[in-house]
Design a protein around this ligand. Structure first.
Ligand code: URA
Ligand code: SF4
Length: 223
């Protein structure tokens, strides 16, 4: 390989796809293109999940709640499962707990649209019961794909349930023992914190929640 070929190979490896020589040397970036493809892939995944009937929750749901927000965000929120309002509207965290979450984000000057919000399971368990292991098993690949496509720097797990599932921790692990800690997995950090629904009942958890959110926003480079 001569020097020019080596240089072109190097450019290609760092993400340049096409080099045009038109008077001046023009180099076309392809990173933006790649991100666009991932956004499209996320849309395609969403279409598929909206029709999913892989577990029994499909029988009782009104709407699948896929998740929403900025697909290029550095910060992703993962809750447990859609509640009543979420099931009716097909959107995550729009009930009382969700409004509290939105208020906390706004406290740091962050609009909800700048992050991505989803849940471990995408359909509401009847009467808000806990999702069962086989339901999580059926649904989890969708979440994994969402993480792969969004590539967040930080995942904030809302509540013990999300934290245990994402971090693969024993069933009884108390959230108070793990909240506020940064767990490094692959190329992202996972931070467990309280579920906003818990905060509605226990106002004293708000200080810790705010601290954990601030840590997540900092690692995500959003503060
Ligand atoms: N609780 C959750 O865990 N997720 C939602 O989307 C709403 C409430
Ligand atoms: Fe499919 Fe997940 Fe809904 Fe079950 S909870 S039907 S696996 S989308």
């Amino acid at each position: 390989m001569n020097k020019l070929q080596q240089f072109l190979k190097f450019l290609n490896e760092i993400g340049f796809e096409e080099i045009k020589i038109e008077g001046d040397l023009m180099v076309k970036e392809h990173h933006a293109e790649e991100k666009k493809d991932k956004t499209t892939e996320l849309e395609i995944l969403k279409e598929k999940v909206l029709k999913c009937e892989k577990c029994r929750l499909a029988e009782t749901r009104n709407n699948v709640v896929f998740g929403e927000g900025n697909p290029r965000t550095n910060l992703m929120f993962i809750g447990e499962a859609p509640g009543e309002q979420e099931d009716l509207q097909g959107r995550p965290f729009v009930g009382r707990a969700g409004q509290l979450l939105t208020r906390f984000l706004n406290l740091f000057g962050i609009e909800r649209e700048r992050v991505y919000i989803t849940n471990i399971v995408k359909c509401r368990p009847p009467g808000n019961r806990n999702p069962q292991p086989d339901e999580i098993k059926a649904c989890y690949p969708y979440l994994e794909k969402q993480i792969e496509l969004i590539e967040p720097r930080v995942i904030l797990c809302l509540g013990a349930f999300a934290a245990r599932t994402v971090l693969n921790l024993p069933e009884k692990t108390p959230i108070s023992k793990i909240r506020g800690r940064e767990f490094k997995i692959k190329n992202y950090s996972v931070i467990p914190t309280f579920h906003p629904a818990y905060l509605l009942r226990n106002r004293r958890g708000e200080t810790d929640f705010q601290k954990d959110l601030e840590l997540a926003l900092r690692i995500a480079g959003m503060l």
